[in-house]
Design a binder for this molecule. Sequence first.
Ligand code: ADP
Ligand code: MG
Length: 364
Amino acid sequence: SNLNGPKPIRRLEEAVINRIAAGEIIHRPSSALKELLENCLDAGATSIRVTAKDGGMKLLQVQDNGSGIRKADLLILAERFTTSKISSFKDLERLTTYGFRGEALASVSYVSQLSVVTKTKSDTCAWKATYVDGRLASKDGSPAEPKACAGNDGTIINVENLFYNTPTRLSSLRGSSEEYSRILDVVTKYAVHNPHVSFTCKKSGSSAPDITTPSGSSVKQAIGQLYGQTIAKELLETKVSSNEDSSMVVDEAEEAWAAEVFFTSPNYQAKKMVFLLFINHRLVESPRIKKALETIYTGILPKGASPFVYLSLQIDPRSVDVNVHPTKREVHFLDEEQTTQKICDAVHAILVGQNQSKTFEYQT
Ligand code: ADP
Ligand code: MG
């Protein structure tokens, strides 16, 4: 009819809506992995084993020894907005878990073949469930009930054939070795931040893991083990918080925060900056904070040399907006600039002290 007239507005099918939403959360194997690791940590795991086939594109498996999932919850496990972690909007203000919106497993199930084997302590056997598009179903899409099987306490999540149904996304991925190195990077960073948890990461079919960490070590030990002793040897450390110099009256409304920083001394010089940033235990990115820290080292390090910095920042959950980005990767918080400045000042003071003592050593 009228070519220039308005086109009719249609309601998208639910599965289409959910697949679009899933694409915003799951960009590649490593972003799926991040969600899965956070779930393991939320479940109180002390051991997490990651296996990847074809850079995680054929298979991404994450096994933990956490709480397990109740059999009764398996029915809605992979539906959107089903979560055990919050029950009201207000709960977002005192969030202590990584997850909160119950979208991760749902998203995974819309862009891959998802299966779960899980056992709680009180279960006498494990249960295996497979999902397609948020629902219990076998790979051909026909409904499938959870099946009893053998298994350890905890949960195994299998993500198979990621993006099999979204070819454009699939073709946007890099080769398996590039995707696998991103997987290693995510595991490495979570292993540094959670040195109490034992991590392994390996390629499927290989007997030697590429990453193994023991449980019960320290951040410094983990950095040494994962990034090398050259870095660990030159590691300085400081803690900074909002109310250090609070001889002044602290305003009730003032945002409390505390930071722990591990950073290399001027003796360590890398080609590219390695920066690990965790805000309220979430691995996030902040080009601004990274830049600020990198800038401290100009004038301290020779031109072209860069440091290693690990920063763990804990902020009153009320002043963090974790809800900005579906991947929760970008986080904004109140007084970001001042907080960053204060952390940088503390790091700078120590580095300058280091530099002086170094000069001093040479003089004597
Ligand atoms: P969220 O983490 O936001 O709640 P997810 O889709 O990631 O949403 O997970 C949905 C629910 O499944 C979680 O709230 C949790 O109860 C359960 N769950 C997921 N992974 C695990 C796991 N590894 N161990 C125990 N429970 C899990
Ligand atoms: Mg989650």
